[in-house]
Structures are given as structure tokens and as C-alpha cells.
Ligand binder design. Structure first.
Ligand code: AKG
Ligand code: FE2
Length: 307
């Protein structure tokens, strides 16, 4: 079984209706799908791969060798224990932030600024597809995520590497979770697999498709869509060979934004707001998520509803 691969360029032509329904199916039935012909130039994607891999080699690899997961796994193996490490992830990760750009390679910043600009536009297009498929006015989700002038939606980017692991059965690359925010756009490694999603009770591999962008939705889209688009459990397996690179971009609400099911999506017969999805301020959700990322989302929704 493989997650859907959708040709995004077909959205602008004769096959628009069919493509819209493929996208609806991707959101409703899968929560994860891959876009090809998404409009991000391959030449730019090539440069992104290059600067991220070089940055890892030049600035990060040495540090990873001395990191906690490496020490913990070593202790575990030396102690001849077969107990899995449940509190660590076998990953090297950093978030792109203004003022804290890696200095190596020199073209890192300009490349990633250009990449983020393109990805943000793609995220907004994907959000418009969701608006239309959900029967919401164009721009509804973007507006819900953006508060006023001083509290804009947050667009973040995270660069991860999952280095080769000598005992991949004893630690995860990244433990299972659902994403907290809105729309997530993943630029995965061309070759090294590792991402799995939970589909109908089974973990399935997300296949690598060079230069595709994997789209998935987080907990806020589940709330806003009143459960039509569910955030899906996913995890990264550690692998014995290959250093998996993955660049995740997140289009999230402003911390001050109020999130609630869209009134239009509330059952017209009962007019009752589902008990499952409360109304809350996104920042409050994030405070809860910080300690509960690797736990089921339902108690998070309950807890934030009580704030
Ligand atoms: O590294 C990846 O491909 C996915 C990472 C992920 O699930 C996350 O950052 O939430
Ligand atoms: Fe995730």
C-alpha cells in the first residue's frame, strides 16, 4: 500500500475536478499524500538538498556523535539490555530562525529563504484547496490562522537528519505523534525511507518519490474541519544505513488565533457542536502539546477545552 501521489499541475487544466476529488480523498482517507508537479523548481530543490546535506556534514555531524541518543544507546547496548529507548529520538534537528542561520555552507541562508518563500505559497494554495473541498469561503483557513496585523500565522521550517543507527530496533528516528499545527509540507530524502503512517491500524511506509512534497494536516485542521480531515499518527524508523534528510515546513495558526470547528461544518440537523472539538486559543493548545506530543490527541482536545 502506498499513499496517493497527486499531480498538482492538473489543478489548472481540464482535469481540475478529478484532481480536486483526488485531493479531497487524500485529506479525508489518508491525511498524508504526495504532490508532484507542484511548481517548486527542481533546480531549487537540488540546491536545498545540497545545502542541507553540506550543513549537516560541516556543522552538525560531529555534535550528533556526542548527543544524548548516541550516549544512551551505547550505554544500553553495553549494559546488554534489549529494552527500547522510549524517551529519545535518533535525529539531528534544527529550526530555521532569523538571526540564527547556520554559517555553513555560505549559500545556506539565501537558498533556504528562497525555498521557504516558495513553500509558503504552496501551503496557501493547498489551504485554498481545502477551503473549496470543505465548502468554506476561499481564504477561510488562512484567515482563521492569521489574527490581526501583529499576530500572523506562523510559517516554520525544520531541517532533520536521521543518521545511520547501529541498533535501529532499540530506538525510533522520531517517536509516533500527530502534528499540532495546520498544514505540513515535507521534502523527504530521495532514497532513504523511514517515514511511516498509521493507516487502518497498520503502519505503512511512505514511499520515496524524488522531488515530491508530502502534505499532511495537523490537529488544528482536524478541529477546524470538525473531524473531516483527521490528523494522522506518523513516526520515523531509525535505519542501519543511510542518513535520511527531511525538511519539514509548518503553516500554523498564530499563537493568539482562536481555533474552533467552522460553523458551516457543524451538523445542520442537530446544530450541535461536536463534543470532540472545543473552541480554544492555539497558544493554549501548544502549551499542552509541549508535554504530550507523543500521546493521543483526544485528551489534548479535552484539556484545552477546559482552559
Ligand atoms: O522528518 C520527517 O520526515 C517528519 C518529521 C515529523 O513528523 C515532524 O517534524 O513532525
Ligand atoms: Fe510530524
Amino acid at each position: 500500500m502506498a499513499i496517493p501521489v497527486i499531480d498538482f499541475s492538473k489543478l489548472d487544466g481540464e482535469e481540475r475536478a478529478r484532481t480536486m476529488s483526488q485531493l479531497a480523498n487524500g485529506f479525508e482517507e489518508w491525511g498524508f499524500f504526495q504532490l508532484v508537479n507542484h511548481g517548486i523548481p527542481e533546480e531549487l530543490l537540488g540546491r536545498v538538498k545540497k545545502v542541507c546535506s553540506e550543513c549537516y556534514k560541516l556543522e552538525r555531524e560531529e555534535g550528533f556523535k556526542n548527543s544524548m541518543p548516541v550516549k544512551m544507546l551505547k550505554d544500553l547496548v553495553e549494559g546488554k539490555s534489549d529494552e527500547k529507548l522510549e524517551n529519545f529520538d535518533w535525529e539531528d534537528v534544527f529550526t530555521l530562525q532569523d538571526g540564527e542561520w547556520p554559517s555553513q555552507p555560505p549559500e545556506f541562508k539565501e537558498t533556504m529563504v528562497e525555498y521557504r518563500h516558495e513553500l509558503k505559497k504552496l501551503a496557501e494554495k493547498v489551504m485554498e484547496v481545502m477551503d473549496e473541498n470543505l465548502g468554506l469561503p476561499k481564504g477561510y483557513i488562512k484567515k482563521a490562522f492569521n489574527g490581526h496585523e501583529d499576530d500572523q500565522a506562523f510559517f516554520g521550517t525544520k531541517v532533520s537528519h536521521y543518521p545511520p543507527c547501529p541498533r535501529p530496533e532499540l530506538v525510533n528516528g522520531l517517536r509516533a505523534h500527530t502534528d499540532a499545527g495546520g498544514v505540513i509540507l515535507l521534502f523527504q530524502d530521495d532514497e532513504v525511507k523511514g517515514l511511516q503512517i498509521l493507516k487502518d491500524g497498520e503502519w505503512i511506509d511512505v514511499q520515496t518519490v524524488p522531488n515530491s512534497i508530502v502534505i499532511n494536516t495537523g490537529d488544528q485542521i482536524e478541529v477546524l474541519s470538525n473531524g473531516r480531515y483527521k490528523s494522522v499518527w506518523h513516526r520515523i524508523l531509525a535505519t542501519p544505513d543511510g542518513n535520511r534528510r527531511s525538511i519539514a515546513s509548518f503553516y500554523n495558526p498564530s499563537l493568539k488565533a482562536t481555533i474552533a470547528p467552522a460553523p458551516k461544518l457543524i451538523n445542520p440537523v442537530t446544530k450541535e457542536v461536536s463534543q470532540d472539538y472545543p473552541k480554544f486559543v492555539f497558544g493554549d493548545y501548544m502549551s499542552i502539546y509541549a508535554n504530550q506530543k507523543f500521546l493521543p490527541k483526544e485528551p489534548r482536545f479535552q484539556a484545552v477545552g477546559a482552559t
